[in-house]
Design a protein around this ligand. Structure first.
Ligand SMILES: [Zn+2]
Length: 353
């Protein structure tokens, strides 16, 4: 099979022919039909995670995966409901199944977990073994495209979990304003979830790139504000003109760039909630007194679990999610990673096999 593999940091992926992997009895061999390309893949290559984990090389990136069931292991229960030829998406976080996080369904934050696309196998290869319990079948009757399903497993999932945290904290409602920071791969979905889960909240999208702001407007943002070359005070004035108040009650931050975090907290109202899902930057540096005195709540939110993804797939099957994707060929993976590094991709780039 073809695979684009990482042999070291700071080098292009090596496009090579490697054997199709074997499966264990509880696994399914998935023939990948499409894999989304995430900025995280660039960060993996550039060594962003180096201080947190030491992966073994060669490593196959690609953690947004959809495919077809090629082979089913002998111990996979019939009740899983998978047959050869079925279409399925991959749940990204595979836990040990025994710890408290796993027992609560949050296998993606298991301390002994594994993540496809951060080890030997990932979506940048044509086949991978997946434990059967981490596949969610997508009924082919809905005619959803592989290039639209793949990004739903991270770009289309991560902001969903982040917004659910805001919702569950009571931060959203008709008299609240929800800011979406950054309209890249995640933000284009975040705007839609802000409308779906926002309980009537006014949704304001913030980004620098006018093309990305146009996507946000098209996907339902009530207002869009360009942050390019603007101070927090400039942005506040525009926000005030648009919504009648120069503050927001909740933030879903799909960027994570340091200046974006400063701006987000700079605009946050008393008792505001901030949910972080973007990882562009590396640090949070905030004045403590306002954080305490204004009673801010900060939510870290990572990827999503099986239940989050199954909710997303239901929304997609119901035609309630729109996509901006750009399909690329396997041979174009390295140049697309370069474009992602520069922030030049609007929507999601997806490798289609
Ligand atoms: Zn666990």
């Amino acid at each position: 099979m073809r695979a684009a593999r990482m042999h070291d940091y700071n080098q292009p992926l090596v496009l090579e022919d490697v054997p199709i992997p074997d499966i264990k009895p509880d696994e399914v061999l998935l023939k990948v039909t499409a894999a989304g390309m995430c900025r995280t893949d660039v960060q993996l290559l550039d060594g962003y995670f180096r201080k947190y984990a030491q992966p073994a090389f060669p490593l196959t990136p690609g953690h947004e995966i959809v495919g077809e069931v090629e082979k089913i292991g002998g111990l996979v229960s019939k009740t899983v409901g998978l047959l050869e030829g079925d279409q399925a998406v991959v749940v990204g976080g595979w836990g040990d199944g025994t710890c408290r996080q796993c027992q609560q369904g949050n296998t993606h934050i298991c301390a002994h977990g594994q993540w496809p696309g951060f080890g030997p196998y990932g979506g940048y290869g044509e086949y991978l073994p997946v434990p059967a319990k981490y596949l969610i079948k997508v009924d082919k009757r809905y005619h959803l495209k592989a290039e639209e399903l793949a990004p739903l497993t991270d770009a289309g999932l991560t902001p969903y979990r982040g917004i659910k945290k805001l919702r569950d904290a009571g931060a959203l409602g008709p008299n609240r304003t929800l800011a979406v920071l950054g309209i890249g791969g995640l933000g284009a979905y975040a705007v839609q979830y802000a409308k779906l889960l926002g309980a009537g909240a006014t949704v304001v999208a913030f980004a620098r790139n006018p093309e990305k702001l146009a996507v946000a407007k098209d996907f339902g943002a009530d207002h869009v504000i360009s942050t390019k070359g603007k101070s927090i005070e400039d942005v506040r004035k525009e926000l005030s003109k648009a919504t009648g108040q120069g503050e927001v009650d909740a933030v879903i931050d799909c960027s994570g760039a340091e200046e974006m975090i400063q701006m987000g907290f700079g605009l946050l109202s008393v008792a505001g909630h901030y949910s972080s899902v973007g990882l562009v930057g590396d640090k949070i540096n905030l004045p403590l007194f306002p954080f305490v005195a204004r009673e801010y709540t900060y939510h870290g939110s990572f990827w999503g679990n099986y239940n989050d993804l199954s909710e997303i797939i239901s929304l997609a099957q119901g035609g309630k999610i729109r996509h901006v994707t750009k399909t690329i060929r396997f041979e174009e993976i390295n140049e697309t990673l370069d474009a992602l590094r520069k922030g030049d991709i609007v929507g999601r780039a997806v490798v289609k096999y």
